[in-house]
Design a protein around this ligand. Structure first.
Ligand code: F6R
Length: 643
């Protein structure tokens, strides 16, 4: 069957569906245990992944009266050292995201303590294990997965028999947490975590992963050999563990990436192109040179059979690829265009080449910056601008008392600011203004005017913290108002598939909700991929060639975002600057196209084009329902076996 490389059941659905499914399962367990005269014991996780599940549970508590009064909970882990009241503590996370909103009893909540003296940690951990046992063991354990493959904080090397203990955090994990802690140096080096054995004793396990940044580790955990260096592979040996992943996190699984390798494929035009590109890249041949043997030797006989010979198939795909390449003369001209940019630099980073060409083609363009991006401005930038303002005021003798006092307030605040402290309001405003001025300067490099920039400053982003609020009616109203005002024929949107709680994904949600209310003709939507990745050649609908000069112009625009240059506050795992990543990404696409035997360009941007309302991932939906059936079948089988 199609999923034969998978060593653990995997359900692939959208995140909302994952959250609802697991919340419903939790409700079922709570009621079942109560009916049996006992109580449910839940194993809980923190991080961005389970937030949607907690939101669903809160909703079920409020709307359906789901009762948690006898439920006992155990959390996987806590940083060490960490005070429970700290803004970074998992104690606080759980209160804010779940416990404060349901009727769980405080005495039934268990979270490892990060504030016990070092000498007492071992005893504390033993006590934690004992209380799990005393509660009757965990009925359902929710897990996320780290980029290292950790579950809980069981970093590479964790043994199958490990129990709750203090552990050193991996560099990759600490770097991932750097954003939350305003810098890697502030991330604790240790944590207390339930062990692999403690997790494996749960009667049922649901591991959840979302976003493209999890795709590689999900493939490793699902298809790779069991390995102590990837703790999640231990779950392959659990009798009742299921991986719930969204489309982005599933993207590298064999049945998604190269389904022909593992079974029968229902061929569509898109899959044909995908398979031929893969065959070309696997064999190192250009498309027109692929022969029958290449197809036969690489699991593609069924595709070959549709055409009889390699020639016509190669020709079809070659022509389809050529048709994707659209230079300036084949790009929109004289249209009304809205470019949505989640942060003030995504426009130039991800679609700078396109923006330049659209402007040259005399389109009527508005660039709508959705958030201020002020969280990503270093304090030293503000100090520099405050100093500039002071000098400016002195030079022109306009430092009236109000302006002078404000500058002083800003400088004093920054002087005494502690790590991770939310910025005072004037500092937030200055950081926003710094990024707005950079954005204007960025589009001006293409000859565009300042008035073409609109700063939406969506409220969901304005928490002053790394974690944002959910998209609310006011966010949607602001985007909707812009659409009604401009009435665009074309809309450019960041189509990142990553983390549903990430800013890009939330910005996309605000646009989708606004478009659903929009009274004008539905515009065509052009999705660019965010700062981290590029569309695959197969999935892209449009490939835009860039000359060396055009790529240079694009880099110039990126340079204008000085607050993000040299060292971005949120660099992710990649140490390179944005312009370097862009250069590599755009040149790489062009080189791949070239190797497939198409014209050789210097660089290329890629876009996916859809009508409003048609999701990017629509192709994959069929796979997910199939997987769901598999799970319910395997669950029913197991239930029977237990009885
Ligand atoms: C959290 C935990 C970790 C996270 C993992 C993924 O309690 O134990 O294993 O589940 O690091 O984190 P997110 O969900 O933030 O990607």
């Amino acid at each position: 069957m199609a999923a034969s490389k998978e060593r653990v059941p995997v359900v692939i659905v959208e995140y909302d569906e994952i959250a609802r499914t697991i919340a419903r399962r939790i409700a079922e367990i709570i009621k079942e245990r109560r009916r049996e005269g006992g109580h449910a014991v839940l194993g809980l996780a923190t991080g961005s992944t389970p937030i949607g599940i907690y939101r669903e549970l809160i909703k079920m508590h409020r709307e359906e009266g789901l009762d948690f009064s006898d439920v006992v909970t155990f959390n996987l882990d806590e940083y060490y050292p960490m005070k429970p009241e700290s803004i970074h503590s998992y104690h606080r996370f759980m209160r804010e995201n779940l416990f404060n909103h349901i009727n769980v009893r405080p005495e039934n909540i268990h979270i490892p303590r990060g504030d016990v003296p070092r000498d007492d940690v071992e005893v504390e951990c033993e006590a934690y294990e004992a209380s799990i046992k005393k509660a009757g063991g965990i009925d359902l354990q929710i897990l996320g997965i780290g980029k290292t493959g950790h579950i809980g904080f069981n970093e590479p090397g964790s043994g199958a028999d490990s129990r709750t203990r203090r552990i050193s955090l991996d560099t990759v994990t600490r770097r991932d947490a750097a954003g939350d802690f305003f810098g890697e140096d502030n991330v604790p080096t240790e944590a207390i975590t339930m062990g692999v054995a403690s997790i494996m004793e749960a009667r049922e396990i649901a591991l959840v992963a979302t976003g493209e940044h999890k795709a590689a580790i999900i493939k490793r955990a699902v298809e790779g050999e069991p390995d102590p260096d990837v703790a999640a592979t231990y779950l392959q040996q659990h009798p009742n563990a299921v991986f719930y992943v969204d489309f982005a996190a599933a993207a590298d699984l064999t049945r998604i990436r190269t389904p022909w390798v593992v079974g029968e494929v229902k061929w569509s035009r898109a899959k044909e192109i995908d398979a031929v590109i893969w065959l070309g890249e696997t064999t190192g041949k250009s498309v027109l040179k692929l022969d029958e043997n290449d197809y036969r030797e690489h699991h593609l006989s069924s595709l070959l059979a549709r055409y009889g010979k390699a020639g016509p198939l190669n020709g079809e795909v070659f022509n389809a690829l050529i048709a994707k390449i659209r230079g300036r003369s084949k790009l929109p001209a004289g249209k009304k265009v809205v470019v949505f940019s989640p942060h003030p630099d995504d426009d130039v980073i991800s679609m700078g080449g396109m923006l330049n060409k659209l402007h040259q083609n005399r389109n009527d363009i508005v660039v709508a910056y959705q958030t201020s991006g002020n969280i990503a401005v270093f304090d030293h930038e503000v100090r520099r601008y405050a100093d500039f303002l002071r000098r400016f005021g002195n030079d022109f003798d306009i430092n009236d008392s109000a302006a002078g006092a404000l500058i002083e307030e800003v400088e004093e605040f920054l002087e005494s600011k502690s790590v991770g402290e939310i910025d005072a309001f004037p500092v937030q405003v200055m950081k926003r203004a710094i990024r707005e001025a950079e954005a204007v300067s960025g589009i001006e490099t293409f000859g565009m005017r300042r008035e073409q920039a609109r700063f939406l400053n969506l409220p969901f982003y304005q928490t002053g913290k790394v974690r944002k609020d959910p998209i609310g009616p006011e966010d949607v109203r602001i985007v909707h108002e812009l659409l009604e005002d401009v009435k665009p024929e074309l809309v450019f949107v960041a189509g990142d598939l990553s983390d549903p709680h990430g800013t890009h994904r939330m910005c996309l949600e605000a646009i989708q909700q606004a478009l659903a209310k929009y009274s004008g003709l539905p515009p065509e939507i052009w999705y660019y991929r965010g700062a981290w990745q590029e569309w695959e050649i197969a999935e892209a609908d449009v490939l835009v060639p860039l000359s060396e000069d055009e790529l240079r112009a694009k880099k110039m625009a990126i340079f204008k975002h000085q607050s993000q240059k040299d060292r971005a506050p949120f660099p992710g795992q990649d140490d390179r600057e944005f312009w370097q990543r862009v250069e590599e990404r755009n040149r790489n696409t062009a080189q791949r196209v070239d190797r497939l035997g198409l014209p050789e360009y210097f660089a290329m941007e890629a876009y996916v084009v859809r009508r409003a309302g048609v999701p990017i991932e629509s192709e994959m939906v069929a796979t997910s329902s199939l997987a769901e059936k598999e799970i319910s079948r395997s669950r029913a089988g197991k239930a029977k076996a237990r009885r």
